[in-house]
Write a protein that binds this ligand. Structure first.
Ligand SMILES: [Fe+2]
Ligand SMILES: [Fe+2]
Length: 266
């Protein structure tokens, strides 16, 4: 089920929760940036495409959208991409060469409707300039977040996500421990290479975000986090490099789970 809330005067969040049995909830967010050239940031999950379109219509008339910023091509980000492109011929997709290449394997993007921006590159859309940024952690080579100079918001894609037991609309409502533990765990699951990162090099990546000093961080997998949380979010990511690597349930655990499901169905 999708809900919407306002994170800033001109930014709407479209949010859903994905339960991971035994681990918690992963918030899944997309965003609408209103203004003279409205932008949809990601397009929800494949399995909830209908609900996503309903939630989108509640915050904007889809023909009013000018751009989709596709942070990356995972199934929790491309759910309504094709539908929106089919229904709204004015829409163009901001992505990378790799984003186009990966989409070619599933639902090719029309090249005349693609705008490529690499990390460090900029695009001006009406009264705002978006600067593409590769976030410190990511799970897909096409990942590109961005900084919006008008709102001061950093859209971080999967970076700064967290597994949570409850999902408020504001990350400040989470206890320090829940936020930190949830973030560290998510980073070990979603970016399992984080343990291999050189700690000095990784700290420099975190410093890039520290210097950016965004008003707010909007992650695809965390409630909205305003500036006073940035240091905590960065500290949790630094901890992830030495945290216990994630190992998923094995076949024996799956069989136990299936047994339990069969018993409860009887
Ligand atoms: Fe992802
Ligand atoms: Fe994601």
């Amino acid at each position: 089920m999708l809900n919407t809330y306002k994170a800033a005067s001109d930014i709407e969040v479209l949010t859903s929760n994905c339960p991971i049995p035994g681990y918690g909830l992963v918030p899944i967010n997309a965003f609408v940036i209103k203004g003279s050239e409205p932008v949809l940031v990601d397009t929800g999950t494949v399995v909830e495409s209908e609900e996503f379109m309903d939630a989108l219509r509640a915050v904007i008339d889809p023909p009013d959208l000018k751009w989709i910023w596709l942070t990356h091509t995972d199934f929790d980000h491309i759910g309504s991409l094709q539908k929106l492109l089919d229904e709204s011929p004015q829409l163009r997709v901001i992505t990378t060469f790799l984003g186009v290449g990966i989409m070619n394997l599933a639902a090719p993007l029309p090249l005349d409707r693609v705008h490529l921006v690499n990390p460090g590159g900029k695009i001006t859309l009406g009264d705002r300039t978006l600067t593409a940024i590769k976030p410190p952690v990511f799970d897909n080579p096409s990942t590109t977040g961005f900084y919006d100079d008008k709102s001061g918001v950093f859209f971080s894609s999967d970076c700064f996500g967290a597994l949570l037991s409850t999902v408020p609309q504001n990350a400040a409502e989470l206890s320090e421990k829940d936020l930190s533990d949830g973030q560290v765990f998510w980073a070990t699951v979603d970016s399992p290479w984080v343990h291999k990162a050189d700690s000095v090099a990784f700290a420099k990546e975190l410093d890039v975000i520290r210097r950016l000093d965004p008003e707010m961080i909007l992650s695809s997998h965390l409630p909205a986090a305003s500036r006073d949380l940035t240091e905590r979010l960065l500290a949790s990511l630094a901890m992830a490099t030495t945290a216990q690597p994630f190992v998923g349930p094995d076949q024996a655990a799956l069989q136990e789970m299936l047994k339990g499901m069969t018993a409860s169905a009887d």
